[in-house]
Design a protein around this ligand. Structure first.
Ligand code: C2E
Ligand code: MG
Ligand code: MG
Ligand code: MG
Length: 284
C-alpha cells in the first residue's frame, strides 16, 4: 500500500515540477534580455514619521514589466536573478536609478535600496555605489542599503569588513525584515546598523496576539539602547499604526500611507506635503 501511495505521489507531482522548472527556465532566459530591453522600472514607497506623518524617505522597489506576463513581482524573479548572477547588473541598475531619482527630492528625504546576498559579496559593490553617488550628485548619507539577516548569514566571515567599508563611503545600513531570520539578536550587537526594519509579520499579528505588541516594544527598546532607529513595515490599518507608535517605533511604511508608486508620483507626493525645507529638516 505504501508503494502505491508513493507512485501516486510521483504521478501527481512530477508534471507540476516539470512545469515549474520550465517556467523558471524561460523566466531566467527572459531576464537576460530584460535590462537591455528596458523592462525594469523602480517604484517608490514612502517611509513616514509616525509622529508628524511627514515623509522621511522612500524605499525603492524594482518592478519587471514583462512583455507577455505583465508586471512580475520581485518575489518571482529576484531568486532567479540571484541564481544566474544577473542580480549583479540588475542591482547596479537599481542603485543608479534610485540615486538619480532621489536627487530631485528635498535634501532631507532619503532613499533605501534592497541588496541581495550575492551583491553583498561582490567586490564591485563599493565602487559601483560610489559611481552612482558621483554620477547623480546624491549625498551619500541620503542612501540606505537594506540587507536581510538571511543575506548576512550566508556571508558570515566577511560581514563586518564589508559593512564597515560601505559605511566608510558614508551610506547608511538597515537590517530588513528583522525578526524573520534566526540570528537576530546576535547580529544586532555585532554589526553597526543605522536602522532596524521590523518585519510586517509582527505588525500584522499585533492586534490578534498581544505577544506581537510586546515583541515590537522590546525590539524598539533594544534598538534605542543600541542607538539604532526603527521602521515598522506593512502598516495597513490605523490600529496597527497606533500600536507600533505606542510601542516606540519612530517611522512606518505600509499601504495605510501609500503603495509603491512610480518616480513621477513620488515627486508629486513630496510636493503635496508643501513643506518649507527647514521644517522638514528639523524633524529628522
Ligand atoms: P522588502 O524589502 O521587505 O519590501 C517590502 C515589501 O512589502 C514590498 O513588496 C512592498 O510593496 C510590500 N509592502 C509595503 N507595504 C505593505 C503593506 O502595507 N502590506 C503588504 N501586504 N505589503 C506591503 P515588493 O515590492 O513586492 O518586494 C518584495 C521583496 O522583493 C522586497 O521585500 C525585497 O526583499 C525584494 N526586492 C524588491 N526590490 C528589490 C531590488 O531592487 N533588489 C533586490 N535585491 N530585492 C528587491
Ligand atoms: Mg526592503
Ligand atoms: Mg522588508
Ligand atoms: Mg520583505
Amino acid at each position: 500500500a505504501v508503494k502505491d501511495d508513493r507512485r501516486g505521489d510521483i504521478r501527481l507531482y512530477e508534471p507540476a515540477l516539470k512545469v515549474a522548472y520550465l517556467a523558471r527556465q524561460t523566466l531566467s532566459k527572459d531576464l537576460e534580455s530584460a535590462l537591455d530591453n528596458d523592462e525594469f522600472e523602480m517604484h517608490f514607497q514612502p517611509v513616514v514619521s509616525l509622529t508628524t506623518g511627514l515623509t522621511r524617505s522612500f524605499e525603492g522597489l524594482i518592478r519587471w514589466r514583462h512583455p507577455l506576463r505583465g508586471m512580475v513581482s520581485p518575489a518571482d524573479f529576484i531568486p532567479a536573478a540571484e541564481e544566474t548572477g544577473l542580480i549583479l547588473p540588475i542591482g547596479r541598475w537599481v542603485i543608479g536609478q534610485a540615486c538619480s531619482v532621489a536627487r530631485a527630492w528635498p535634501e532631507a528625504v532619503g532613499i533605501g535600496v534592497n541588496l541581495s546576498a550575492r551583491q553583498f559579496v561582490d567586490p564591485q559593490l563599493g565602487p559601483s555605489i560610489v559611481e552612482a553617488l558621483t554620477l547623480s550628485g546624491l549625498e551619500p548619507s541620503r542612501l540606505t542599503l537594506e540587507i536581510t539577516e538571511t543575506a548576512l548569514i550566508q556571508n558570515d566571515h566577511s560581514v563586518l569588513g564589508t559593512l564597515n567599508a560601505l559605511r566608510d563611503i558614508g551610506v547608511k545600513i538597515s537590517l530588513d525584515d528583522f525578526g524573520t531570520g534566526y540570528a537576530s539578536l546576535s547580529y544586532l550587537t555585532r554589526f553597526p546598523f543605522d536602522t532596524i526594519k521590523i518585519d510586517q509579520s509582527f505588525v500584522r499579528g499585533s492586534l490578534e496576539h498581544k505577544n506581537s505588541e510586546t515583541i515590537v516594544k522590546a525590539i524598539c527598546d533594544l534598538a534605542a539602547r543600541l542607538g539604532m532607529s526603527t521602521v515598522a513595515e506593512g502598516i495597513e490599518t490605523e490600529a496597527q499604526r497606533a500600536m507600533v507608535r505606542a510601542a516606540g517605533c519612530a517611522d512606518g511604511q505600509g499601504y495605510l500611507f501609500a503603495r509603491p508608486m512610480p518616480a513621477a508620483e513620488a515627486l508629486a507626493w513630496l510636493k503635496a506635503e508643501t513643506l518649507p525645507e527647514a521644517l522638514r529638516a528639523s524633524d529628522r
